[in-house]
Ligand binder design. Structure first.
Ligand code: GLY
Length: 389
C-alpha cells in the first residue's frame, strides 16, 4: 500500500475505535488502562501532568469527525482541571501539557472566554516559574526548595503555552520567558552529538550550572528516548513561533541523532544507551518522535507556515533532509501500527509497551500520551490534525 493510503487507512481505524470507548468511559481522566479498561485519575490525582492528554485526544477526534460527543467529553474534562488551577503545588511546569490540550484547544475551536481565561491563568503561572538569574523555568515543586534549580528538557513542549499567551494578550513578557528558557536549554541540554540530557540543575541563587542527571533514562550521560523526542519536537515548535534558525538547527541535530539510532525493527527502546541485552521499549517515545519528525519535514519542505508573521525560508521543493525525517516517521508509525496497537474497541488503550521511566518497577504498559501522539501524528499526515501546540 502507498504510504499516504496507509495513513488514511490508519486514520479510519482510529475513527472506528473510539466512539464506543469514549461513551463507556464518560467522566474519566485516564492515565493508563488495566486489563483493557481505562483507569481514572479524577479523584486520585487531579494534578498529574498527563491529565490533559485524553482531552487532547477528544479534541483531535472532534476536529477530524465533527462528532459532538467528543467535544462534550473534552469540555467535561476541561472543567475538572479547574481544581488544578486552584492548587499551587499541582501547577508545575507541565501546564502546557495540561492546558494546551484542553482549555487552549477549546478556545482555538470555540473562542470560549472561560477557556481563554484558563489558558492565560496557566500561562501566567508558568511564566512565574522563570528564574531570571539562571534563565530557566523551574520544573517541579518541592516545599524545601531542593529542586528549585532543576529544569528538564520536557519543558520545551510547554513553551507554546507562553507563545500563545503572548499572542493573545499582546504582552511580550510571555514570549521573552519562553525564548530565554529555550536558549538555556539549547546551551545546557543538547550535547555535541545531538543527544539531549534529561535534567539539569542550576544554582537557584547564582544561576550557575551545577550538574546534570540521567532522570528517567538509564543513567547520567545516557539518552532517554522520550527526552530526545521532547527535545526534537520542542525545538521545532520554538522555531515555528520565533523564526530563530538556531532552534531549527538544534531540532535538526537532535533529529539526526534520533534517526541514526532507530533500530531496524522500528521499535524504540527506553534509552538509546540501555544495555544491549535489555529489550525494554517505550512506544510513547516513538509516537512523539514521529509526530515531531513529520512537523520537521513539513517545515523543511515549506508545507508548514511559521507563526507570528515569520516567513518560512524553505521552498516547496522537498529536500533530502525532509525526506529522511518523513521516512523515519513512517517507519516508526508503521512499526507501531503493525506490532504495538490494539485496534479493537474492546480495549480502551491504543498503544502497548509504553514506559514511564527506566528505573521504575513497572514497564511496558499503556500510557495515555502515547495514544495522543500516535493519533496526532496520523492526523498530521492526513491533514485532519488540530494544531494543539
Ligand atoms: N514529562 C514527563 C515524562 O515524559 O515522563
Amino acid at each position: 500500500m502507498e504510504r499516504e493510503a496507509w495513513a488514511v487507512s490508519v486514520a479510519e481505524k482510529i475513527k472506528k475505535k473510539y466512539p464506543e470507548i469514549v461513551r463507556r468511559n464518560k467522566g474519566k481522566i485516564p492515565y493508563s488502562a488495566v486489563n483493557g479498561t481505562f483507569d481514572d485519575l479524577t479523584n486520585q490525582s487531579i494534578g498529574w501532568w498527563t491529565n490533559g492528554f485524553y482531552g487532547g485526544m477528544l479534541w483531535q477526534l472532534y476536529h477530524a469527525t465533527g462528532d459532538q460527543e467528543y467535544r462534550e467529553a473534552a469540555q467535561e474534562l476541561e472543567d475538572k482541571l479547574d481544581a488544578v488551577l486552584m492548587d499551587y503545588n499541582s501547577m508545575d511546569h507541565d501546564s502546557g501539557f495540561r492546558f494546551l490540550t484542553t482549555a487552549v484547544a477549546d478556545f482555538r475551536i470555540t473562542g470560549k472566554e472561560t477557556s481563554k481565561n484558563r489558558g492565560l491563568l496557566a500561562a501566567a503561572n508558568l511564566a512565574g516559574r522563570f528564574n531570571p538569574q539562571g534563565n530557566f523555568i523551574r520544573a517541579w515543586n518541592d516545599e524545601n526548595g531542593n529542586n528549585a534549580g532543576w529544569a528538564i528538557i520536557d519543558c520545551m513542549m510547554n513553551l507554546p503555552l507562553l507563545y500563545w499567551a503572548s499572542d493573545i494578550t499582546k504582552d511580550d513578557r510571555f514570549y521573552h520567558v519562553a525564548v530565554r528558557h529555550a536558549n538555556t536549554a539549547m546551551k545546557y541540554f543538547i550535547r555535541e552529538n545531538g543527544s539531549a540530557r534529561h535534567i539539569v540543575e542550576f544554582d537557584s541563587k547564582s544561576g550557575d550550572f551545577i550538574q546534570d542527571f540521567g532522570g528517567q533514562g538509564y543513567e547520567k550521560g545516557s539518552s532517554w528516548t522520550r527526552g530526545q523526542a521532547w527535545a526534537l519536537y520542542g525545538f521545532i515548535l520554538s522555531y515555528i513561533y520565533t523564526g530563530d534558525i538556531n532552534y531549527l538547527d538544534t531540532a535538526r541535530r537532535v533529529a539526526t541523532y534520533f534517526i541514526s539510532n532507530i533500530p531496524d525493527n522500528g521499535l524504540i527502546p527506553v534509552d538509546f544507551c540501555q544495555p544491549a541485552d535489555c529489550t525494554l521499549e517505550d512506544s510513547c517515545a516513538s509516537a512523539i518522535a514521529a509526530s515531531g519528525l513529520i512537523l520537521l519535514a513539513q517545515v523543511l519542505s515549506g508545507q508548514k507556515e511559521l507563526a507570528g508573521g515569520h516567513k518560512n525560508p524553505f521552498t516547496q521543493t522537498a529536500s533530502e533532509e525532509a525526506g529522511k525525517a518523513e521516512n523515519a516517521a513512517f517507519k516508526l508509525l508503521m512499526a507501531l501500527d503493525e506490532n504495538r496497537c490494539s485496534w479493537g474497541s474492546d480495549r480502551d488503550e491504543l498503544l502497548e509497551k509504553c514506559t514511564a521511566a527506566f528505573h521504575d518497577e513497572k514497564h511496558e504498559f499503556p500510557i495515555i500520551y502515547g495514544d495522543y501522539y500516535f493519533i496526532e501524528a496520523i492526523f498530521r499526515l492526513t491533514g485532519e490534525e488540530l494544531f494543539i501546540w
